[in-house]
Design a protein around this ligand. Structure first.
Ligand code: FAD
Length: 319
């Protein structure tokens, strides 16, 4: 059953702290909003259908709550997904690994199934913030928030993940390549909830490398790499997604293409790294300029390819 109550803000918007506390019992820094706590995905979808773009989904709150507290955005209704246990799971069957949107970064980091079947996701997890953030933050929140410096969007892109979006109108699956459209923007509509992420296949070697000013900061540049080899130890697929360099994560398509079919033992990872930036325009901002990002990303790409190839060759030889 959906529970809801109103949170009032502490002064500044025509409501005194006493009024606010009286209305909700809990004054908060954000502008006032109606809080909804549905217990099923169906209830959440009905609320979003009812309130449209006046409503916002709340998951781990690690990105949304600061935005609200700083009043960078305000919404009349918050629809909290935390009381919907059916959105927290890791399930594997028929070569597909499904991860529920409300699965936390910490749960992903602990999952033996993820480590075995989607090791790139496991590799990415320790790079995300600090353990407090990983305890609350969710994979659905990370993908929906679409921070260009975030790790999971790059992993989803590298692995051609399917992103399941549900609304009262129905359910659709969007390829990760079509999902991220810009900084903090995706193809999801305001009435849609990201419910599940689907991964297929299992790479033989993978690596996630990034450069951040301090551990836990968003990456200035980063790389997620996954390699599959055929029985003759040739590169069947090399997937390379860069993050932190542009407004969305980007695949290094030219380098991927050039590596396909090459003998894994003869491929020069540094050369692949240099080729990885072909056709990609890096951004400049107050943290780093484009040419710095280009050099860092090319170096990290080379190192990530080296690690992923070594792992893949080891697996091929030792099983
Ligand atoms: P929320 O903050 O609850 O929501 C974020 C956005 O996504 C909101 O717009 C919300 O409406 C929407 N949303 C959430 N879930 C859904 C859903 N299921 N369907 C539709 N829309 C949804 N992240 C990194 O990747 N790498 C880092 O290094 C990193 N460092 C961090 C450091 C700090 C100090 C902090 C505070 C955060 C950091 N994060 C980092 C962000 C963290 O990973 C967040 O968990 C993540 O970005 C958002 O997930 P969330 O579950 O907290 O979502």
């Amino acid at each position: 059953m959906n529970k809801h109550w109103r949170y009032g803000s502490c002064g500044g918007h025509g409501r005194s702290a006493e009024d606010a506390a009286g209305a909700a019992g809990r004054p908060v820094k954000a502008a006032s909003f109606e809080y909804h706590a549905p217990e099923t995905a169906g209830e959440a979808l009905s609320l979003l259908a009812e309130f449209g773009d006046e409503a916002k989904v709340l998951a781990g709150g690690q990105s949304l709550v600061p935005v609200l507290a700083l009043r960078l955005a305000r919404f009349e209704h918050l629809v909290d997904l935390n009381r919907i246990p059916a959105l927290r799971y890791v399930q594997a069957a028929n070569g597909v690994t499904r991860v529920g949107a409300m699965t936390t970064h910490a749960a992903i980091g602990r999952s033996a199934e993820i480590r075995r079947l989607v090791p790139l996701l496991a590799e990415a997890t320790p790079h995300i913030g600090h353990f407090q953030i990983r305890n609350r933050g969710t994979i659905g929140g990370s993908l929906s928030h679409a921070d260009p410096g975030a790790e999971y969007p790059a992993v989803a892109l590298a692995l051609d993940a399917g992103i399941v979006l549900a609304s009262a109108r129905g359910t659709r699956t969007v390829a990760a390549a079509e999902f991220f459209t810009g900084t903090f923007t995706t193809t999801a509509e305001p009435d849609e909830v990201l419910t599940e992420i689907r991964f297929t296949g299992r790479p033989h070697g993978c690596a996630v490398l990034e450069l951040a000013r301090r551990h836990g900061d968003f990456a200035l540049a980063g790389v997620a790499c996954a390699v599959e080899l055929d029985a003759a130890e040739r590169v069947e697929s090399l997937r390379l997604a860069l993050f932190g360099v542009a407004s969305t994560p980007v695949r290094a398509a030219a380098a991927e293409q050039a590596a396909r079919g090459a003998a894994a033992g003869e491929l020069d990872p540094a050369e692949v790294g240099r080729a990885a930036l072909a056709g990609i325009s890096c951004v400049s901002d107050l943290h780093a300029d484009a040419s710095y990002r280009e050099r860092v990303a090319a170096y990290l790409a080379g190192q990530a390819v080296r690690q992923a190839l070594q792992q893949a060759l080891q697996e091929a030889r030792n099983g």
